[in-house]
Ligand binder design. Structure first.
Ligand code: FES
Ligand code: MG
Length: 575
């Protein structure tokens, strides 16, 4: 077949056993959509639309996608929009995390199966961007990411409100008795007032920044507010760029490398980003055969300052970061720590892109190197007898007074157990105790964002606002507190977390990067012999597939059969 007949709409013909018939039939059905013959001969740019009525963060996608199409058309190609699964964070049961891999499979297979020369991935809400890129990395077609951008802040009695750090703060004030029902209802109506993703440096914003750092998105486009006209201009420019990528055949594996993944980790640390991003970046990298490990994180953490003063760790919001110079301003501050020779979707290197932008930045939001928010260690992996394969703490969002802490375990065996007993007046709990939640890991419960264990009501009313909390769950990127997450192996697989009993002593040492259960080995061996997993294998459907194939947090919670062979030497969970 002549080469031009393998591109655009003629790419990957449907098998009918007669190539000319396949071509004729595809042309005929494409014409039924009203395309002229000329259009059918252009390169095709697929636009993966993750809009959904169940996704408030993406409610502006119709307008955004029109702008992408405009850019594609202006550059001489044919834009074709196709839907994929959408993951609206608060609308999914039991947790959106369970469906990230499903969405990644949808994206991968549809990008590969349908005739497109490049794809624009339009996503935003937490899991959508990693899912799209995991899929696109595996599909191996030229791809470029466009995000929806962050929400604008709302107001309550003159105070700025941004989802969802302020959601949590006001909710804990309400639980502590400082706000009335009427007040919390009024706040509820002002927390999320525009289209776009959460207004703070939560998971969605963190992922957007990481993807810009990886070179898979146009420069300075991660932070543009959802409702700003610049967001539409970025969408149009993304459409144009996709046509260029298609012409070059520039696939993601030629952009993303070990060095650009390291850049993304540096950026994750410098922006004080979400703990979830480490899981997602690990999964994304794994699709290209690149390993990311907790120990690598700690090495980089030792030398990367936290420079962005945004909630949940600081005071400002995403719209402020954009006005302050956006992500390029942050990357310019840590230029000496980045691999500047990494390529990007623009065809220029990261270093060239940073040279091009305006050097001005607002020092209140993006701190100078000489005046960081923290001089190092925004995120830290922990090891020890309670977390042989690692756990994670966001030091930047935690209370330093609890960094070296030993306390008595108060154990909640499951999420249901926690919901039932946490606020009971009979709960035997003191402010110095360590709250333990288990059976909330990837296999047992699809790893929900419940690691931000609420302060028990009776302590909240006494004014306690933080305690050491540990679990095999995740937490929202918008949350804060002294919270140890992603303990691996999880309790459901018989990790040491499963063996903790009420009253055991647990010790956290941030300086030693350790989390330990202070119980002697004989006693632990006795408990281990009695262990019975609560992680039950579902009988059918996606839940069955998920449960059988999901990997632990240190492997990005990807499915064993989706990672590129040989990454990390991981084992599938039993069952
Ligand atoms: Fe979509 Fe927060 S709920 S980004
Ligand atoms: Mg979130």
């Amino acid at each position: 077949m002549p080469e031009e007949k393998q591109r655009g709409l003629y790419r990957g013909l449907t098998h009918y056993g007669d190539i000319e018939f396949s071509r004729y039939l595809r042309r005929s059905f494409a014409r039924s959509m009203g395309y002229s013959g000329d259009e059918l001969n252009r390169p095709v740019i697929g636009i993966a639309d993750a809009g959904s009525g169940f996704n408030n963060c993406h409610r502006h996608f119709p307008e955004l996608i029109e702008a992408v199409k405009r850019g594609v058309t202006a550059a001489g190609a044919l834009p074709i929009v196709f839907p994929t699964i959408s993951l609206g964070e608060p609308f999914l049961h039991p947790t959106s995390m369970m469906f990230r891999n499903l969405m990644s499979m949808d994206v991968e297979e549809m990008v590969r199966a349908q005739p497109m020369d490049a794809v624009v991935l339009v996503g935003g809400c937490d899991k959508t961007v990693p899912a799209q890129l995991m899929g696109a990395f595996s599909a191996g077609r030229p791809a470029i990411q466009l995000v929806g951008g962050p929400m604008m802040t709302g107001r309550y009695e003159g105070e700025r409100l941004g989802a969802c750090t302020d959601c949590r703060r006001h909710w804990s004030n309400f639980r502590g008795g400082d706000l009335s029902v009427d007040q919390i209802e009024e706040i509820e109506g002002q927390l999320a007032t525009t289209a776009g993703t959460c207004a703070v440096m939560g998971t969605a914003s963190t992922m957007a920044c990481i993807v810009e750092a990886l070179g898979m998105m146009l420069p300075k486009s991660a932070t543009i507010p959802a409702v700003h006209a610049d967001r539409l201009r970025a969408a149009e420019a993304t459409g144009r760029q996709a046509v260029w990528l298609a012409g070059q055949g520039l696939t993601p594996d030629r952009i993303v490398s070990e060095k650009s993944i390291e850049n993304a980790l540096r950026v994750l640390l410098a922006i004080g980003g979400s703990t979830n991003a480490l899981i997602h970046l690990t999964a994304m990298a794994g699709r290209l055969g690149i390993a990311v490990g907790p120990r690598q994180l700690n090495e980089l953490s030792e030398t990367t300052p936290v420079l962005v003063n945004l909630k949940p760790t600081g005071t400002h919001y995403m719209e402020d970061l954009h006005a302050a110079g956006g992500l390029p301003a942050v990357m310019r501050q840590i230029k000496d720590l980045l691999h500047l020779d990494c390529p990007t979707v623009t065809g220029r290197t990261l270093g060239e892109e940073l040279e091009r932008g305006k050097p001005w930045f607002d020092k209140n939001v993006v701190r100078e190197r000489s005046d960081p928010v923290r001089d190092k260690g925004g995120l830290l992996a922990l090891f020890g007898s309670l977390a042989p394969n690692g756990a994670l703490i966001k030091c930047a969002a935690a209370d330093e007074r609890l960094f070296e802490h030993e306390g008595r375990a108060v154990v909640f065996d499951t999420l249901e157990d926690m919901a039932e007993r946490l606020d009971s007046p009979d709960l035997d709990v003191h402010p110095d105790d360590v709250l333990v939640l288990r059976n909330a890991g990837p296999v047992a419960a699809a790893m929900p964002e419940s690691g931000y264990i609420p302060i028990p009501a009776k302590l909240a009313r006494q004014g306690v606002r933080d305690m050491l909390r540990i679990s095999d769950a995740r937490m929202s990127g918008t949350a804060y507190g002294t919270v140890v997450l992603h303990i691996s192996p999880e309790a459901g697989l018989g990790g040491p977390l499963a063996l903790v009993r009420n009253g055991d002593r647990i010790r956290l040492s941030v300086s030693a990067q350790r989390l330990d259960l202070l119980v002697d080995e004989d006693e632990l061996a006795r408990r281990r012999a009695e262990f019975d997993s609560r992680a039950r294998q579902p009988l059918r459907g996606y839940a069955w597939l998920y449960h059988k194939h999901v990997l632990q947090a240190e492997h990005g919670c990807d499915f064993d059969f989706l990672r590129q062979a040989g990454v990390g030497g991981e084992q599938a969970p039993p069952g």
